[in-house]
Design a protein around this ligand. Sequence first.
Ligand SMILES: O=P(O)(O)OC[C@H]1O[C@@H](O)[C@H](O)[C@@H](O)[C@@H]1O
Length: 306
Amino acid sequence: MENSELPDGVTLEQGEGGQPVVRVAIGSCTAEVYLHGGHLTGWQPTGQEPVIWLSGMSRFEDGAAIRGGVPICFPWFGSGTDGQHYPPHGVARLTRWALVEATPVADSIRLRLHLDGHDVDLAGLEDFDRDWAADITYTVGQVLDIDLRVEAYGNRSTPFTFEEALHTYLHVGDARRITIDGLDGCGYHDKVINGEFDQRGTVVIVGETDRIYQHAGDVVVKDPTLKRTLGINKRGSGQTVIWNPFVSKSAKMGDFGNDEWQEMLCVEAANVGAGAVTLSPGQSHTIHQRIAVDRTQRSGVRRSLA
Ligand SMILES: O=P(O)(O)OC[C@H]1O[C@@H](O)[C@H](O)[C@@H](O)[C@@H]1O
């Protein structure tokens, strides 16, 4: 889309690294989405601190994933179900998406970006199943809605199986002081110590945390430092990933400041491993995540903050 086709409050500009970025500045919020990766890198509802975290050391260049924001992990997560896939977390976050819609909806803006499997053009990539089309929709306003819709081509001869995650980086005041509710009783795989466990009570961050929870419900992050509660709702997702690299893993990442782990937490809506999605030819699937801020801190875990 061209600038002349965009509604008031939405512009297409050159962002970091000369990468095209869609910027939204409306009464209810500011937000930005890079075409590279179809990647939301910022969302700040009016009157709030930023809700989405972005590393000050992120790269913004072809062939590299943006660090922070909402990376789209697809069509595999990590190194995939067989542990052999490359690049990590799939091709979607490394590929330029096309902006196909920018529409005002009440006090929000809906941005939709499109990627076709056959348009992925990355150097050195082994061939993979490309017979799919994906749309990522960000509806930005006082709340943030994210929908990733994947459709298997109708002319395929076989089903399409894929993993996916909305790898949302939340901005928190101090990761050591937050509490994460909603996961009590859920089984999880701990990637740090490679074991299976059951969650008992609230999750707190006391070290490197990298867990895949069997969890289809909501999460509430209470942040006493920023004096707010973040409600993270989802649909179409059987797992929740909680990730914070803490001290030593942060130091090993070239695009992550040594102390930046203190102000971020990933709460990811995911379908990975045994939870991978299989679509028959012509079928589609949507994974949805909603982020809402409650400054009163009165909210507990609810079925829905919608
Ligand atoms: O460095 P990347 O590829 O963006 O991945 C960041 C993290 O993403 C999380 O989703 C994974 O569970 C972690 O294992 C991983 O370290």
